[in-house]
Design a protein around this ligand. Structure first.
Ligand code: GLC
Length: 556
């Protein structure tokens, strides 16, 4: 049996230090996936049993939402103990078994490092509020006698909070919180806090996790007269963290959750010496916007605005995740547009976003769902697939906060959908029960058995993505087509190229397509049919059709 230290020294998976650049990440919540012990809540044993399903889909890394002890008032982002497993999800040994089994199948595991804040139930906070003002323990958090400081900092959970300060009757002082008031922010000016967080990093890296998602990373420090986001002190801390991790745990990846404009998000790469990855938040709503408007302008704009990034870094791109579809990185007019078009019912809106899943957002139109996936997989960045979206699961806007996009995974058409043997009244959340998204219509068993399903489409894109390294790290150029309603990109690396064409309209389009790299005739990599002759330089696109073809420079 390998020791923890042995595993840490050996690194985790394989020998490629930049594995994340061509990964395909699957985001999953332990509690939503599979319940092994019949209590109505998904757990690590259930997740481990489903690893063959994930391996068969072709993804290469699993990102787990927080699974630590927590009062679960923010679904686990309110951590009460950083180095244990919530008993509902199993034991630490169950986690280790999961990790081991994932690694055995060549899958990497990314976990959450929620470093900006804790739950108010965390012993650090309980100790802080009782410690004398000004003491090292009190200063684990950020306190003030008045709620007026740092007034330039925006409120993120606008629908729930009116201030970033909350009164603590025990400490008889206000404490700072960027999210829910039950999530006090840690004080990174206190060296003891920075050391405590490194112990958390040690714990999970020593167990062998491959990557850490740094939750809410822009908000670590507060400074008067600033918006308290993206401060130089935060970047300095990240450089220290990176040095620390690199020196001890080879091939681990740090992923920045920085919901920021491209230039600020790119700053989290540093000079290749901060985070290895960062989410590309501004791209996501513009994929939906371009599709709805039938116009490539939002996409051109966002790529134009995105700076070049260091060689060893990579963007993480996504269509949906466990949060609301955030509209923070758009203009107020664009936000109104997105709300009007994609969230006509006010219950679909939350904070500055939309709490719906991929398939309902696109009216369950399989052509448009596939089109968005095709853009995600052919544009730069490492794509993330949110659990359930590979089969086009629905959402439930009746549920509180973001719970409507976190419902149980639908494995089969049986009444319990194969999620749990418990009576549904005991489940952590109700199953989606209204057609066309109920388990009778949307489930894994049906889609894995049907070659024309969304599952198989996505699986095919994953195969193509792996077979074409130019999609992971190649440069991207827009191709002129004579139509503003077609998004055509050329990805090039060394002597390889891949062209992906997307018809953003519900109408047939005849386009011109000429680029010097293409010589001869080409088959569509998705449908397998002959589609393009370079000499003719024309392409016919069916409504919302997506076409990929590829070649090498020395061809012809
Ligand atoms: C991140 C998470 C979100 C959580 C918040 C506060 O934005 O994605 O789910 O509520 O941080 O921890």
């Amino acid at each position: 049996m390998t020791t923890r230290a042995g595993r840490a020294a050996a690194g985790s998976q394989g020998t490629d230090p930049t594995w994340y650049r061509d990964a395909i990440i699957y985001e999953v919540h332990v509690r939503s996936f599979a319940d092994s012990d019949g209590d109505g809540v998904g757990d690590f044993r259930g997740l481990t049993q489903k690893l063959p399903y994930l391996a068969a889909l072709g993804i290469t890394a699993v990102w787990l939402l927080p699974f630590y002890p927590s009062p679960l008032r923010d679904d686990g982002y309110d951590i009460a103990d950083y180095t244990a497993v919530h008993p509902q999800y199993g034991t630490l040994r169950d986690f280790e078994t999961f990790l081991h089994e994932a690694h055995r199948r060549g899958l990497r595991v990314i976990t959450e490092l929620v470093l900006n804040h804790t739950s108010n139930q965390h012993p650090w906070f309980q100790r802080a509020r009782r410690a004398p003002a000004g003491s090292r323990w009190r200063d684990f958090y950020v306190w003030s006698d008045t709620p007026d400081r740092y007034a330039e900092a925006r409120i993120i959970f606008k629908d729930f909070e009116t201030s970033n300060w909350a009164w603590d009757p025990v400490a008889r002082a206000y404490y700072w919180h960027r999210f829910y008031s039950h999530q006090p922010d840690l004080n990174y000016d206190n060296p003891a806090v920075r050391r405590a967080i490194l112990r958390v990093v040690d714990f999970w890296c020593a167990l062998g996790v491959d990557g850490l998602r740094l939750d809410a990373v822009p908000y670590l420090y507060e400074r008067d007269g600033t918006p308290c986001e993206n401060l130089p002190e935060t970047h300095a801390f990240l450089k220290d963290l990176r040095r620390y991790v690199d020196a001890r745990y080879p091939h681990r990846m740090l992923l920045a959750e920085a919901n920021q404009w491209p230039e600020h998000a790119a700053a989290y790469f540093g000079d290749g010496d901060e985070c290895h990855m960062a989410f590309h938040f501004p791209l996501m709503p513009r994929l939906y916007m371009a599709l709805k408007q039938g116009n490539i302008s939002p996409l051109e704009w966002v790529f134009e605005r995105t700076p070049a990034i260091p060689e060893n870094c990579q963007w993480c791109t996504f269509l949906r995740n466990h949060d609301e579809l955030t509209l923070e990185m758009v203009t107020p007019e664009e936000r109104e547009y997105m709300w009007r078009e994609y969230a006509p019912d006010p219950r679909m809106r939350l904070n500055l976003g939309i709490r719906r899943r991929l398939a309902p957002l696109l009216d369950n139109d399989q052509r448009r769902i596939r089109l968005l996936y095709s853009m995600l997989f052919s544009f730069p960045g490492t794509p993330i697939v949110y659990y359930g979206d590979e089969i086009g699961m629905g959402d439930n806007i009746e549920l509180f906060d973001r719970n409507g996009v976190r419902t149980p995974m639908q494995w089969d058409a049986s009444p319990n959908a194969g999620f749990s043997t418990a009576s549904p009244s005991l489940w952590y959340a109700p199953m989606i029960s209204t057609p066309p998204f109920d388990p009778a219509h949307v489930n894994v068993a049906d889609q894995t058995g049907r070659s024309d399903s969304l599952y198989h489409f996505l699986k095919h894109l994953i195969i193509l993505r792996k077979a074409h390294p130019e999609l992971s790290s190649g440069e991207m150029r827009w191709l002129q087509t004579g139509s503003r309603s077609v998004a055509a990109v050329l990805r090039i690396e060394k002597n390889r190229w891949l062209c992906a064409v997307h018809n953003l309209l519900d109408a047939v389009q005849e386009i011109e397509l000429c680029f010097p790299q293409a010589k001869g005739s080409f088959r569509d990599l998705i449908e397998g049919t002959l589609i393009y002759h370079a000499d003719a330089g024309r392409l016919t696109l069916q409504p919302y059709q997506t076409v990929w073809f590829a070649g090498t420079m020395d061809q012809g």
